[in-house]
Design a protein around this ligand. Sequence first.
Ligand code: ZN
Length: 395
Amino acid sequence: MTELLLRDARIWGREGSADLLIRDGRIAELREPGQGGAGGGDVEDLGGKLVLPGFVDGHAHLDKTLWGGPWVPHDAAPGLMGKIRNGQERRPEFGIPNADYVTALLENMIVCGTTHVRSHVDVDPLVGLGSVEAVRTAVERHGGRISVELVAFPQAGMLISPGTEALMEEALRAGVESIGGLDPAGVDRDPVRHLDIVFALAERYGVGVDIHLHDGGTLGAWQFELIIERTRVLGLSGKVTISHGFALGDADPATRDRLIAGLAEAGVALASVAPSRGVLPLRLLREAGIPMTLGNDGVRDLWSPFGTGDMLERALFQAKGTGPRDEDVELALDAATYGGARALALRDYGLAVGDHADLVVVDARNAAEAVCVRPRRSLVVKSGRIVAREGDLVR
Ligand SMILES: [Zn+2]
C-alpha cells in the first residue's frame, strides 16, 4: 500500500481547503485540514495552492515533433496539401518519427501537468507503422508518468494513397486504440466510401473513430451528417470524435443548431485545438451535452514552429474565443480537463473520492487565474505518484 497526503489543498469546484489522501493510485479521502497523518506515507504541504485534475490533451501529433531536435525554419507551401507534402517529404531529412524527440515533448507535457494524451500517428506506405513504434517507445521510457492512446491516422489520405487502408488495419491489429480519417471529401474526394471503410474497420476491431474534418461550409456540414448517421446506425455512441470541425464553428445559426442536435443525439464528441478561426461554440455544446476536448495539435514540427504542449496555454487560446468572464475561462479549462475525459471516455477521472489520482497543483487563487497566468506547475501527480515538481521531471 502506498500513500500520499496533500495537506491544505484548495480543490477546484470545492469550497475551502482540504487534506487529500491518495492511496494506491486513487483519491481515498477528502477531509477537513489537519485531521490525522498519512499513516507513514509521504506528505506534501500545499499551503493553500489550487488542485486541478490532470490535463487531458485530446488531439496531439506526437510522432511529427522536432522537440529537442534542430530548429527547422518553416517553409511549407501554403494550404493543407502543401503542409501534407512538406511533412511527408522532409521526414527522412530529420529522422522523423524520432523516439528521442517524442520522449522530450512528452517530458514537457508531463511537467506542464498533462496526464493523458490522445495522439494521432501517421500511417502511410512511406513510414509504415514506424510512427506507432516511435511513440510507443517514448511512452515506455516514461514508465507510467503519462498515459497515451493512439489513433491510426491517414495523414496523406487513404483512398488517394494506395496501401494506406491495409496499414491502418495492421495498426488496429497491433493494438492501436482508434481509427482516424482525414477530410473524406476535401482530401480523399469520396466521402461516402472513405467513411464506409473507416466505420467498417471500427466495427470489425471494436475501436473508436476520430476524424480530422477541416472542410468548411456546406461540404463540411454534409460530412458531419454522414458521420452522425453512421455513428447512430452502428450504435457507436460515445466512441466517435470529429476533430477541428471548422464547418460547425463557421455555420449559420440554423445549420449550427441542426448539427448540434444531431451530434448530441448520436453521441459524437468534438476535438478542437482552439484555432483563431472557426472556434467551436463551447457554451452551446456544453448545454447540448456534447463533450469537447482540447488539444495542442502538432508541436514544433514540419507543419508549424508553434506550440509547447502546455494545456493551460491551449485553454488560454480557447478562452480568448469563449470570453473573458471567469465562467468563460473556466469553461475553457473544463475542456482541457473534464471535457477531454468525457470525449475520450476516461473512467474514474476527476477530484472525487475513488477517482484516479491524476492531478496538477498550481499557485493560483482560482481556475481563471491559473489559465490567465499559467504559473509553473508546483506538482504533477499521475496514478498517485509525483512525476514532476516545479517544472522538473521527478526521475
Ligand atoms: Zn490534427
